[in-house]
Structure formats: C-alpha cells, structure tokens
Ligand binder design. Structure first.
Ligand code: AHR
Length: 497
C-alpha cells in the first residue's frame, strides 16, 4: 500500500521537552536492589551502583528519573532511608507486601543520579503522611543550611543541597490500592497545602498534581477538574498514568492502543483548560505522563510475602510490545506543546527496558530500542505532518491508520527525522515523504526494527530484536520514498548537505 507524509518546518506543534524521555525507579521488586544497586556485584562501583546498568541507561539518555514510587511512596518515611545505614530500620512495605531494608534512600539516589547523568523527580508521601513531612523533605534536600533538616543532611555528610527541581504530590491517590486513598476533594486540599508549604521552603521547585491513575477509573475527568480547582495556583503539571497489554492476543487491537492514549491526553488537556477558563487564570497546567508502558506479561506471578526485593512485575517484552512502545512515544511527541514530562515505567527489571540477573549480566529488552532511537534523535521541535494512509478496523477500534508517525526538526543541528510504525501485519508501505521547505536536506540514515516474529523476545544471550540499518531510501529530487516493512518501526534521518 502507499502512504504520504507532507511537512514544512513551520508546521510546529511545540518544542520537545527532553524530560518526555524520563523514566522511573520505585522501591519495588528488583528495581533498586539487584537493579541499579547491588554492592558486591563484580560490576558495582565503590558505592554499590551497577556500572553495566548505568552504561545502558546512558545509552537511553534519560534526563529525569522519578523516585521512590509509585505505590511505595504512599507509606514511605523518608527519614528511614537517610543517615548511617546501620541505624536504618527494616519496614513492612504494605504496597507490595515485602520488607524494605532501607539500604538505599534519598542521598544514595541523588548520588546515583549524578553518576547516571540524570536528574531526580522526587515524589512525596501524601497517603499516610501529609504536607508537613513533604515540606521537611524539601528542606532536607534543597535548603542550604542553618535549619533542622538542612543541618541533618549536612550531618549525614552532604554539605551541598541537592537542588531537586521536580516534585510529585503523592501517587495515584484515587486508587483503592493506594495507602491513604483520598477523594478528589480530600486530595485536592492536601496537595494544595503540601505544594504551598513545599514552595514556601523553595520557590524554585515545580510540582505535579496526581491525575487519575488511569483513563479507566470511574472518577476520571471529575477527579482532574475537582483536584485541579483546589490546587491550581500551587501546581504546575497534572499527571497521567496508563499501561497497555495484549490480554486477548489480538495484535491489531493491541497495536492501536496508542489511539486510546491520544484520547486520554486530549481529555486531560480539556479538563485542565476547563479549570483554567472558569478560574480566569493566565497560567496553563501542562501534562506529566509519569507512568506509561506495556504491562501484562508478569501479572499474577507469585513471590514470597515479606521477603526483600523478590522478583516482581518482571515482564519480558517481545517485538509487538516494542511496536506499541514506539506508537506511544510518537503519540507523546504529537502533544509536545502540552506533554512536558513523561516517564517510561519503569527503568530496570520492573516492567523495564533493562533487565538484570542479580549477581549476573544484563540485557536490553525489545522496548529499549524504540525508546533509545527517539530519545537520541527526536530533538528540537515536533512537527505536525499531513499524513495520508489507509485505515483498518479491528475488535477494539475503528479507523486505525496503518501508519503512526511524527516528524521532528532540530533546527540548530540541521536535522529532521521521520519516526513511523507500519501497523500492517501483511503489507509493506511505500511511503512518500515531502519535506516542503527543507532545501538541501537529504536522507542520511534509514534504520528500522522489523522482520521478527511478533512474540520474539531478547535474552541474556541474544539481543536479536533491535534496530538495523537499511539502504537509503530513493530520492527523486523532491520526494523521498521509503519502503516500510509490515510490522515495523522506522527512523529516517535527514540532514542538510
Ligand atoms: O509502576 C508500577 C505501579 O503502577 C506503580 O507503583 C503505581 O503507581 C502504578 O499503579
């Protein structure tokens, strides 16, 4: 089949905020212990940070990492995780039914962030705790000295403040599974007071209000408007969380899930702007899609209750998952004007692109590769192309475009990139790309992920499912024509000659 992309440099959606390539580390399963932190591992550095894992994270170029949860944060006492390790308590961790040893805490995370060349996005506990403990943590992390909590940090060996800029006001507070679940009214009031106090301690921080924990929540929409109305003046972003799975083994529907994500983003923009309108506010609330991924393979896997860091949520991803992740990333970029932060949940072992063996090696999962490609090459502005292509109907959706695409333009480095997924299971797409006012731009690289069985996975021994290079597409002086294989993720990079 044929398809066409036409785009001009002026067709800007918005500047891509690098933070949309964020990720997430929760005290959950082997994300911390056996993931990023494993003292005694042959590749751990003097602080116990796994250097093989850091190397892979650097390949992904992750600008921000959310921490310490997730559901975990709603019962967390941050004081348990600071100070001499020998004095830190073990705690029953109720979110995931395990024991938290508190060997790794706030200061270890900050040090790890520096080594991993990323920055922290901290979450505070608004489940079992409240505004006072939240603002104390901001004081501990960000205040210079001469106050109870900043002096405590100095006593713990950290003279300079960590200067954490981004703060999540709790996690999924609408969910019955959450410790300290709240109604939108209760949460909106608490979050407002917490954000107010946190910003009084450090006015330079930005705060993220919890939106619904998924689009499927029965309070979705009402939650956003009610909580935002109460906290509008003290928050900067509203969060979205969404995971997808191929539960009924229906690939055409699974590949179309990003259409649902598109609707979700659009609805939250509408909710935020609706509150803005009746508040007659000049301030716009942007979106933080701070949990997104494919998650379903590991559901229901047994683990030992109250054990320390048992394997939990260890999805092993296949090729079709990678295509869905590519479609989700493209969807996020299509809203570059409003989605300013996004976190692939999570980063290591727990529903993650990087998978380790405790005491052993590590490998890049299939979903690693589309993330890496977009994180590396989607720079500058996201452009809105005019796309012509055929559509299909499936069990869960109608009018699904076979081609999912976005174009990005990095003016400074004179580079434009087309990212696209061919959702067709059988047919090639012959794609005509017209770059209208890009004089002198030519395709310099065409890479893709294709040709694999949809259920093929990577393993410790074989990382076969990945990007590979193709011959350059044809160019007739005006139009570039690329052949996109059935079920493929494609990256076509153009540079000014
Ligand atoms: O990422 C795994 C879990 O999913 C998080 O702890 C929670 O916020 C969400 O429900």
């Amino acid at each position: 089949m044929k398809a066409k992309i036409t785009v001009a440099a002026e067709m800007k959606i918005g500047e891509i905020d690098r933070r949309v390539f964020g990720s997430f580390i929760e005290h959950l399963g082997r994300a911390v212990y056996g993931g990023i932190y494993e003292p005694g591992h042959p590749l751990a550095d003097e602080e116990g940070f796994r250097t093989d894992v850091i190397k892979m994270i650097n390949e992904l170029d992750v600008p921000v990492v959310r921490y310490p949860g997730g559901n975990f944060v709603s019962g967390y006492c941050w004081e348990d995780g600071v100070g001499p390790v020998s004095e830190r308590p073990k705690r029953l961790e109720l979110a995931w039914g395990v024991t938290e040893p508190n060997l790794f805490g706030t200061n270890e995370f900050m040090r790890w962030c520096k080594k991993a060349k990323t920055s922290p996005m901290m979450a505070v506990n608004l489940g079992t705790r409240g505004p006072e403990e939240a603002r104390q943590l901001v004081e501990y992390c960000n205040h210079k000295s001469d106050s109870k909590y900043s002096d405590l940090r100095i006593k713990h060996g950290y003279k300079d403040p960590w200067d954490v800029k981004l703060w999540c006001l709790g996690n999924e507070m609408d969910g019955p599974w959450q410790m300290g679940m709240k109604t939108a009214f209760e949460y909106g009031r608490t979050a407002n007071e917490a954000a107010k106090l946190m910003k009084w301690v450090d006015p330079s921080i930005e705060t993220v209000l919890c939106g619904s924990s998924s689009r499927g929540m029965h309070t979705f929409g009402k939650w956003e408007t009610e909580a935002l109305e109460l906290a509008y003046d003290n928050v900067d972003y509203i969060s979205l969380h969404q995971y997808y799975g191929n539960h009924s083994n229906d690939t055409p529907s699974f590949l179309a899930k990003s259409l649902e994500m598109e609707d979700f983003i659009y609805s939250v923009i509408c909710a935020a702007d609706y509150v803005k309108s009746f508040k007659r506010s000049k301030k716009t609330i942007n979106l933080s899609f701070d949990e997104w991924n494919v998650w379903y393979h590991s559901n229901g896997a047994p683990y030992d209750k109250w054990s320390i860091a048992p394997p939990q949520l260890e999805d092993i991803y296949n090729f079709e998952d990678a295509l869905v992740v590519a479609c989700m990333l493209i969807t996020l970029l299509r809203h570059a004007d409003r989605v300013k932060i996004a976190c692939l949940a999570q980063l290591v072992n727990v529903i993650a692109p990087i998978f380790t063996k405790t005491g052993g090696g590590a490998f890049r999962q299939t979903i690693f590769y589309p993330f890496e490609a977009l994180s590396k090459h989607a720079r500058g502005n996201a452009l809105r192309p005019i796309v012509t292509c055929d559509k299909y109907d499936c069990k869960e959706f109608t009018d699904v475009p076979y081609l999912e695409s976005i174009v990005t333009f990095d003016e400074e480095n004179e580079e434009a990139t087309v990212f696209c997924v061919n959702r067709s299971m059988e047919e090639n797409i012959l794609l005509d790309i017209s770059l209208l006012d890009f004089d002198g731009y030519k395709a310099v690289e065409f890479s893709s992920m294709d040709g694999y069985d949809i259920k093929q996975e990577n393993t410790f021994d074989k990382e076969d499912v990945k990007m590979h290079l193709n011959p350059l597409p044809e160019f007739d002086g005006k139009v570039t024509t690329a052949e996109l294989k059935p079920l493929s993720f494609n990256v076509i990079r153009f540079k000014k000659a």
